[in-house]
Design a protein around this ligand. Sequence first.
Ligand code: SAH
Ligand code: F3S
Length: 464
Amino acid sequence: MTDAAPKKLHIKTYGCQMNVYDSERMADLLAPLGYALTDRVDDADMVLLNTCHIREKAAEKVYSELGRIARLKHARTARGGSMILGVAGCVAQAEGEEVLRRAPYVDMVFGPQTYHRLPEMVARLHREKGAQLDTDFPEDSKFDHLSAAARVEGSTAFLTVQEGCDKFCTFCVVPYTRGAEFSRPVDQVLAEARRLARSGAREITLLGQNVNAYHGRDADGRETGLGGLIRRLAEIDGIDRLRYTTSYPAEVDDALIAAHRDVPELMPYLHLPVQSGSDRVLKAMNRRHGRAFYLDLVGRLRDARPDLGLSSDFIVGFPGESDADFEDTLRLVREVGYAQAYSFKYSPRPGTPAAAMECQVPEDVKDARLKALQDLLNAQQRAFNESCVGRSMPVLLDRPGRRAGQLAGRSPYMQAVHVDLPGKQAEAWLGRLVDLTIVAAGGNSLRAAAAEPAAGRSPRRIPA
Ligand code: SAH
Ligand code: F3S
C-alpha cells in the first residue's frame, strides 16, 4: 500500500518523555509507508494522539481533542479526502474499547507495547474497514522491531533503555499500562547511542519508567546496572553529557552513586521522586522507601557529587493524608532543598488500589495543600536559580533564541539559558557546549554572557 504521493502525518504527544521518544519511533516506522510529519493537524492524512493516563485530567484532555479532530476528519471526508485517526499510548492501553465507544470515529487504538505493529495496522486499515484495537502485551519486545533510526533534535536526544514498572505504587497506572520491567541489552543501547552521536547528539537522556531498575545483559551475558551502562556510554566519542530519568529511590545502588562521583559526563542533576514526606503515607502508597531512607540517599548522593541539583515529584491529598502528614512533606522539602520539582493533586485512577481507599481527601483541601507546596517549591527554584548568578557553567547551546544573535540552551541543571552574542558568534556556537557566566536569573530561566572575550577561542568541553 505504499502510494507514491507523500502523505502527511501529525502526531500530538502528551505526558512523559517516554511518549516523546515513542512518537519519534512511530514517525520512523511510518516514514517507509510514505508519511512525512506535519505540524498542521488540519492538513494531515493521519493523526495520532500519543496519550497519557497518569491523571484523570490528562485522559479527559484526549477525549476533548478527539472531538475537535473528528470535526476536521468529517470536513476532510466531505471534501472527498480521508483521515486516519489513531489513539496510542497509555489511554489506549488502559481504556481500549472505551476509547472506541466514546469516540467511534477513531480508526486505531494501540498501546505502548504494540507500536512496532503500526505499519501492519495501517496496511490492514487500508484493506478492510472497521476500527482496530491492539493493546495486548505481546511476548516479543517492541525494541526488537523498532527501527533504531537516529533522530536528533538540536544536539540532544532521548534513548529508551528500560520500559515498564513492577513497583505498583497504589496510586499509579503505569504498571498496568506499560507492563513489566524490561531492560534493553547493553549492546543495543550502545549501538543506538553511537548512532545518535554520529547524527550530532552531544547530550543523551536515558529514559525508563523506572530507569535505575535497568539491568541489561552485555554480549557475554553478564548483567549491567545503570551505573555500569553510564560508564560505557560516557566512553563514546562525541557524547559530552548524560542524564537519566525517572528513578525509583529504593533502587539507587552504590554503583549508580559512584557513577555520579566518577563520570564527569553524568550531569549533576537528578530527578528523584519522593511523592510524600510522611512515612505513613509512603507506606499506604506502597513506596519501598521511607522518609529517613530518602534523606539518607540524598546525603550519599551529595557526598558523591556535592554540586548535585535535585528534582522530585510530589502528590498531595493521597487518601488518608492528614495535616500532619502534609506538614511532613513540607519539612522534607525544606530539608532537601530542591532545584525544581513537580507536584500534583492526587487523582484516583480506576483499577488502582488507592482509588478504592476510604478517606479520600476533599478537593478544597487538596487545592490548599497543592498551593502551599508549590509556593515553597517555587521559592526554592527561584533561590536555586539566583544562586547560579555569577557562576560560570557549561551550557549546551542547542537552539536559536527568540531574537537575532540570541542562542538558547540548557545548563547542567536543566535550566533554560539565553545568551546574546555578537556578530557571527551565534552561528558558530549553535550546537556547542560553551562555558558561560550566568548574569541574571528568573523563575524559569537564566541569562548568560560569554565567560571571557571569546573571539577566536574554541568552546571548551565540560571540565573533568
Ligand atoms: N517513574 C515514572 C513515574 C510515573 S508517574 C515516570 O516518570 O515515568 C509521574 C508522576 O506522576 C509520579 O511520580 C507521581 O508523582 C504522579 N502521579 C502518578 N499517578 C498519580 C495519580 N494517580 N495522582 C496524582 N499524581 C500521580
Ligand atoms: Fe508508578 Fe510507582 Fe512505578 S509511581 S511508574 S508504580 S515506581
